[in-house]
Design a binder for this molecule. Structure first.
Ligand code: HEM
Ligand code: HEM
Length: 123
């Protein structure tokens, strides 16, 4: 794929992160905001609460989207930083290959976890 279209995907992934991470942070801090308004304080990372969210399709899908966007955006950005060092061509190729493989493995593992928990009936 041409470098310019990879860069456009990088910007697009940044926008996806902006929206989904915004929601993620809102969900993770919502209870503290509500508690400040007088509601009983619940822990958003309590195992039962995490499980209740993770069993809903909408959360499972957005986790996978955020995972993909953050991995692509972060690793492509890291690749750009490393390429600014004007490395030898072979080292550039190896770096790009390594980052691509690492990204794909992490994406596969994170997707597996999200789908596995979504399909788990009880903890
Ligand atoms: C609010 C969400 C985010 C937005 C809107 C955003 C947007 C951007 C933009 C516009 C660039 C510059 C691209 C360019 O000019 O080539 C950039 C670069 C970068 N971003 Fe993000 N980003 C976000 C979150 C993140 C996160 C969570 C990470 C870490 C996983 C990250 C890692 C990077 C890296 C490593 C670069 C490359 C820096 C460089 O080229 O010097 N960003 N981002
Ligand atoms: C205050 C900071 C954060 C807290 C407390 C937090 C907490 C959590 C928790 C508890 C989960 C499990 C799912 C759930 O309970 O809904 C989760 C999943 C996830 N978080 Fe965060 N998070 C934080 C920041 C971030 C940031 C900065 C990113 C990315 C830039 C991120 C990306 C993700 C992704 C991709 C998943 C899904 C992973 C998967 O299922 O494979 N989180 N987070």
């Amino acid at each position: 794929m041409r470098e310019s279209s990879l860069w456009i995907w990088h910007i697009f992934a940044g926008l996806v992160i902006l929206v989904l991470l915004g929601i993620h942070m809102f969900v993770m801090h919502l209870d503290a905001i509500l508690a400040a308004l007088g509601a009983p304080l619940e822990n958003p990372i309590d195992a039962t609460t995490v499980f209740e969210r993770s069993r809903q399709a909408v959360f499972m899908i957005t986790y996978i989207l955020l995972l993909g966007a953050a991995l692509y955006h972060g690793l492509y950005g890291l690749k750009n930083i490393l390429f600014e060092l004007t490395l030898p061509k072979a080292l550039e190729k190896a770096t790009a290959w390594l980052l691509t493989v690492a990204g794909l493995l992490l994406f596969a593992y994170g997707t597996y976890v999200a789908v596995f928990v979504f399909m788990t009936k009880e903890i």
